[in-house]
Every structure is written in C-alpha cells, then in structure tokens.
Design a protein around this ligand. Sequence first.
Ligand code: ADP
Ligand code: MG
Length: 291
Amino acid sequence: ATPMSVMVGVGKAAEYGALIRQGDALQTAGKLDLVILDKTGTITEGHPTVTRLYSVDGDDHRLLALAAGLEQHSEHPLAEAILAKAREEGVRPDTISGFEAHNGKGVEGQFDGEPLRLGNRRWLESRGIDLGALADSADTVASEAGTPLFLALGTRALGVIGVADAIKPDSKDAIRRLHDAGIRVMMVTGDVEATARAIAAKAGIDDYRAEVLPEDKAEVVSEMRGKGYTVAMVGDGINDAPALAAADVGFAIGTGTDVAIESAGITLMRGSLHGVPDAIEISRATVKNIH
Ligand code: ADP
Ligand code: MG
C-alpha cells in the first residue's frame, strides 16, 4: 500500500481501539490465516475467582490459609483469586518461607519444616505426591471450566481449590467473525486438557492446545508459521511476550502487561477480541484501495 493509504488505515484502526505500533503490522494483518489466542486474560476476563474448596480433612479454612500464604508472594492472576477468597472468609494467610514460583506449574515454599506446594497435577505428581483421592473433585472443577489447583504439604495431598475465570462477553462473537472471514482460530493455554476443552467450547473454538508451558507458546507460533500459515498471536501476559514477538502480527490486550504490549505490533486498547477482526478488515480494505 502507499504510505498515504496506510496512514488512513492506521487512523481508522485507531478509531476502533487498535493502536498500530509496528509499521508493517496493519499491512500484514490482511494476510493472516491463523489466529492463536491465549486463554487467561485474552479470551477470559483474567480475573479468576475461587469457586470450590475441597479439603481432605474437612478444614477448608486451613486449606485456604496455607494456599494464601503461598500466593501472597505471587503475582499470578490465580494468586489474586485465592487472596480475595481468604479476605472474604476472614482467613489470615499462613507465614511461608523460601517462596519460589515455577512458571506454568505452581508455587512452592516451606511450612513447618516441609515443602508446601500449590499447583497443577502433573507438577505435584512429578514431586511424588499421590493425588488420586482428589481426582473426582478436580474433574468436577474442570468440567465447570475451572482450573483445579492441588495443595500438598510434604508428600501429603491436602486438597483442591477450584478457580474459574469468566469468558469476556464478546469473545465468542469476535471468534465467530474470524471463522466467518475464513481464518483458523486456535487457543493455547497452560491449563489442563479438561479445563481448556470447556473454555474452548464456550468460546466456539474446536482447535486448542492445553498444558503448553509458557516458554513453549512461541514454539507453537513458529511451528504453525513453518506449516505455511500467516500467524497472529493474541495475548496479555509476560508469558505471551515471546510468542507475540514470534508471530507475523502480535496483538497485545491493552489492559495486559507492559512486556506483552512492547512485544506486539498492535495493541487492543478496548481489551475486546473484536479488535482482531476489525484490524484484519481494515487491512484488507486498505490494501484493496491501492490496487
Ligand atoms: P495460563 O496459560 O492459563 O495463563 P500459566 O501458564 O500461567 O496459565 O499456568 C499454568 C498452570 O500452572 C495453571 O493453570 C496452574 O495450574 C499452575 N500455576 C501457575 N501459576 C500458579 C500460581 N501462582 N498458583 C497456583 N498454580 C499456578
Ligand atoms: Mg494470559
């Protein structure tokens, strides 16, 4: 496109809340044939809440106090959910030492001379913790589109906390617009299979990958580019930055982290996924104008 028509397109996109940060992003947007969406904070609101508590010994407040003790040191959206629930229930977080966050897996610290861990099933099982007794509770959480978080002290499983994040009201519509435009849509998430399936179904997506570690999201982008797709990545988190940078066009959710915004060619100021089909339509119209 000529510089003039591109400028008009950039202005038009801005009216729709899509801020073009990299010069060629708008021109490339019209050629996209695959849009990869992060789940948490991108398709969903990113403000999860605790929906269920299952403690092995029936003491839900003790479960919450330990979990909140760990999460007061974390900045993950899941942490905010657990801390809010503790406040609501008047539960004071326990004191945890030696806190460590394990990206895409969970959080860990020391309590009573033993390691205390809160996180996903695969990670806890890799530490030799038997979670079999909690499987049914976790299945219930996942079938409700929630994320089951397991808590264990030493090798003893203490319980499951279900955390759920609502889908943004217009995510499904925006995804339908992409499908209608002939674009493949895929969701990638660090969450477990059952939770991913439930959220994808609610959002109208049948193509998703679950249990993708944060550092592997960029690899999914590269893999799909290698298959010949012109790929957009849409995300909000620090975790998404490498994938945003690896995509043909990165779309950062404007309410997301600065790192994501700096790694993306386009910022969606309204937080809505409609900005993606908007940018694609404007790009197609802009490019058509000069031929
Ligand atoms: P997403 O792709 O949904 O944003 P992440 O990659 O950040 O998820 O995390 C993947 C999984 O790792 C979570 O679903 C959760 O089971 C576990 N996890 C990550 N961070 C935490 C945390 N602070 N507390 C508990 N669990 C966590
Ligand atoms: Mg996210």
